[in-house]
Design a protein around this ligand. Structure first.
Ligand code: KIV
Length: 316
C-alpha cells in the first residue's frame, strides 16, 4: 500500500518480516510532531499507548485514560505518520465489560482516531473479542505478561511468568491470541527464556518490552528512550539521549537571554525598513516543501504564525 510514494507498513509487511527474520521496531508516540520524527527515522510501528496516562498526563498508572483521550492522541499521531503502522491502545474498561463495548470502542479508534490496528491487554480471555474484531476487519495486537491495566491484581509492575505454571499460562495465552487471528503480540516484563520459547511457538511476530532480545521486535516508550524523566530508570530501558538535561539547558538559556534582552535580537524581529526574505518563511516551510508546496513567499508584515502552512503532508 502506498501513500505519497511511501510504502506503508501493514500486517502483511510485519508477517513477512518475521518470516525473513528481520527485526521489527516499535515506539510509542502521542502527538503529530513526535510521530513525524519517529516515522521519518524509519520505525515500523507507532503505538499510541495508554502509557500516555503516565508520561503525558502525569498519572501514576494507565487506569484513568479514557476512550476520548485515546482517540484524540491517535488522530494526532495518524496525521503525523506516513509509513509506520499506527496502532491505537484500548484503554482500561473500554473492552473488559462486554463484547459490544470492545467492538464499538475498537471501531472508534479506527474510525475516529485513524488507527490501523488496535492493541488490547489480556490473553485467552480476550481471544473471542479479538476474533470478532479480526472478522470485522480490525487488526488486533495482543499484549500479555506484565499488563499494566492489571496493576492492582499483579501487586505492582512486576515481572511475570517466572514460575512454571505462569510460564505455561502465558504460552497458552499467546497461542490463543494467534488462533484468534491476532497479527502480533506484545510480551511485556517476562524472562527472556520464556519470550524466546513463545516467539518460537507462535507464527505471529512477538514484540518485546523487558522480554529480552529473542522477540521478533522491540517496543519502548519514546520518552524513556529519550531520557525525559531522570527519576525513571527501570532495568529494561536503555536511554539513547538525555533530553531532560538538554531541554532544561535550552530553556535556561532562553530565560537568561530574555532577562538580558539578548532575545529577540534584530535577526528575530521585524523592522519597518527590512527587506522581504522569502527563505526565512516559517518553521514549517520544509514540511510544506516536502508536500510540494515550495517556499512560502512572505508578506513583510506577516509574523510567520499568520502564514504557517499545513504542517503535515497527510491530512486526516
Ligand atoms: O501503553 C504502552 O505504551 C504500551 C507499551 C509499553 C507496550 O502498552
Amino acid at each position: 500500500m502506498k501513500s505519497n510514494g511511501v510504502s506503508k507498513v501493514t500486517v502483511q509487511t510485519l508477517a513477512k518480516m518475521k518470516s525473513e527474520h528481520r527485526k521489527i521496531s516499535m515506539l510509542t508516540a502521542y502527538d503529530a510532531s513526535f510521530a513525524r520524527l519517529v516515522d521519518q527515522a524509519g520505525v515500523d510501528i507507532i503505538l499510541v499507548g495508554d502509557s500516555l496516562g503516565m508520561v503525558v498526563q502525569g498519572g501514576g498508572n494507565t487506569l484513568p485514560v479514557t476512550m476520548d483521550e485515546m482517540i484524540y492522541h491517535c488522530r494526532s499521531v495518524a496525521r503525523g505518520t506516513e509509513r509506520a503502522q499506527v496502532v491505537g491502545d484500548m484503554p482500561f474498561m473500554s473492552y473488559q465489560a462486554s463484547m459490544e463495548d470492545g467492538i464499538r470502542n475498537a471501531g472508534r479508534l479506527v474510525k475516529e482516531g485513524g488507527a490501523e490496528a488496535i492493541k488490547l491487554e489480556g490473553g485467552a480471555d480476550y481471544a473471542e473479542l479479538a476474533a470478532r474484531l479480526v472478522k470485522i476487519g480490525i487488526p488486533v495486537m495482543g499484549h500479555i505478561g506484565l499488563t499494566p491495566q492489571s496493576l492492582h491484581a499483579m501487586g505492582g509492575f512486576k515481572v511475570q511468568g517466572r514460575s512454571a505454571s505462569q510460564a505455561k499460562k502465558l504460552l497458552d495465552d499467546a497461542r490463543a491470541l494467534e488462533q484468534a487471528g491476532c497479527y502480533a503480540v506484545v510480551l511485556e516484563g517476562i524472562p527472556r527464556e520464556l519470550a524466546q520459547e513463545i516467539t518460537a511457538a507462535v507464527s505471529i511476530p512477538t514484540i518485546g518490552i523487558g522480554a529480552g532480545v529473542h522477540c521478533d521486535g522491540q517496543v519502548l516508550v519514546i520518552y524513556d528512550l529519550l531520557g525525559m524523566n531522570e527519576e525513571f530508570r527501570p532495568k529494561f530501558v536503555k536511554r539513547y539521549d538525555n533530553l531532560a538535561v538538554r531541554i532544561r539547558t535550552a530553556v535556561e538559556q532562553y530565560i537568561t537571554e530574555v532577562r538580558n534582552e539578548q532575545f529577540p535580537d534584530e535577526e528575530h524581529s521585524f523592522s519597518k525598513d527590512a527587506p522581504v526574505r522569502p527563505e526565512a518563511a516559517t518553521p514549517y516551510s520544509s514540511a510544506r516543501a516536502a508536500a510540494g508546496g515550495g517556499v512560502v513567499e512572505r508578506d513583510p508584515d506577516a509574523t510567520g504564525a499568520a502564514c504557517i502552512p499545513l504542517p503535515f503532508p497527510r491530512k486526516k
